[in-house]
Design a binder for this molecule. Sequence first.
Ligand code: BES
Ligand code: MN
Ligand code: ZN
Length: 503
Amino acid sequence: MQCKVKVTEPLKSEADMLAVCAWEDGKSGLILSPEAEILDRTLRGMLSEVARTEDFEAKPKSTLLIHSHGLLPVKRILLVGMGAPKALTVFTFESVLAVVGRVGKQVAARTVDIALPKEIFDRLGKEEAGEAAAIGMHLGTYVFNRHKSEASQKKEKHIGLVQFLVRPACLSDVARGAARGETVARGVYFARDLVNEPPSLTTPSHLGKVAEKIAASDRSLTALVLGKKDLVSLGMQALLGIARGSSEEPQFIVLSYKGTAKKTVALVGKGITFDTGGLSLKPSEHMETMKMDMAGAAAILGLFSVLPILRPKVNVVGLISATENMPGARAIKPGDIVRAMNGKTIEILNTDAEGRVVLADALSYTFEKVKPDVAIDLATLTGACMVALGEEISGLFSTDQKLAALLMATAEKTGEKLWQLPLAEDYAELLKSTVADVRNISGKRYGGAITAALFLKEFVPEGSSWAHLDIAGPAFAESDSPLNPKGGTGVGVRLLARYLLSQ
Ligand code: BES
Ligand code: MN
Ligand code: ZN
């Protein structure tokens, strides 16, 4: 699918489907956008009449499809509800566009035009709206079917061209936004694909190869992929310890993007390519989706795949601890003690709390070797965070309130959702071990997302600007929603792309 921005009268649209907007209104129930109004007149009031008969209220994401019966060059008209203008958010707008994309596919439209009314630009900004429009269309129409039969792949409908119809005054800003949105969406697709691929394919060494391939694509990028021997000499016993139960070699991946600024942002990803829980084995229901335990790594790889096009000014370093967590004969055991790269020892009491252990080495490496100005980690870290915030919101923890506030504000401007949770120092007690410097699980059942974050903080030097994103909930959609078809969501890519561009 390709997105373009064009100055065309909706009346002249020749697309297979033309979408026009309606706003919800407390008093009269519904207001047609000027573009919908013009169509309605040419259709002799058919649009408003059907809307009335069908009790169409213009609630966000509601749709009404009518045929033009030869009264217009366009075949089908889709009236889409936007909700109240004042309530419009990037998330709602993206979701509406995702729905338009899905309806377009359902009716096998090869070309879709969407008339964007002025209120959207007033509310969200021209460039932002263009970006959100492209992102919504792409994310809603994503499919992962490369392992299905050719016959079934052929049946899948594709929209070839989407055109956003705007007034001349908006053209260049919306076009710039839409182009960026398409790029960001490509990064999201990249991350989704990696999460959706079967775990025996996306092994740690596969992630290493993917990183090398990305780096080879542009001069601004370099990749360093470290294997077992390198990890031994670096003293990354934590990552090596978790990897012991697997026959796959662990990898530590360092991707670097050279910008023009002095500042460096490190992005650290959990890359557990499959989490069985290790010897503290997960029950099968909980293991079913555990190919997604590398979603943090996938987001970083997806982002790097488009960094040369986005070209942020800051330098970016992506660091990924990649391994399987398996219960092999040599697997790490509850009671074992490992030493992380920063010298701290960890008592492993539950091998299913493996993410924080592999991140202990990744964070140690980050602060010792990269010495970034800011470090942000992304990890499908705890079921507890899902219990707290559900499937749509990521947990945010930070040692730097300014960074936390900026990430929250950035999330607001993308369709991603964050909520800050406290790094409650008092709970650090719960991680005290009698035999090592820290234990890898809390001594209590409660507050698991917080104690996991506090564990990570043990590997972050005092005074560093660090944020931890627990993406366990949003990383994988267990059911379909407009923006997120079932499966990997690519969460983190949009947020981080926007964050990096703001630096
Ligand atoms: N990868 C899981 C967390 C997870 C759970 C992500 C569900 C996505 C969906 C992590 O490695 C894990 O197993 N965490 C344990 C920690 C516990 C043993 C302290 C958990 O949350 O149950
Ligand atoms: Mn686990
Ligand atoms: Zn895990």
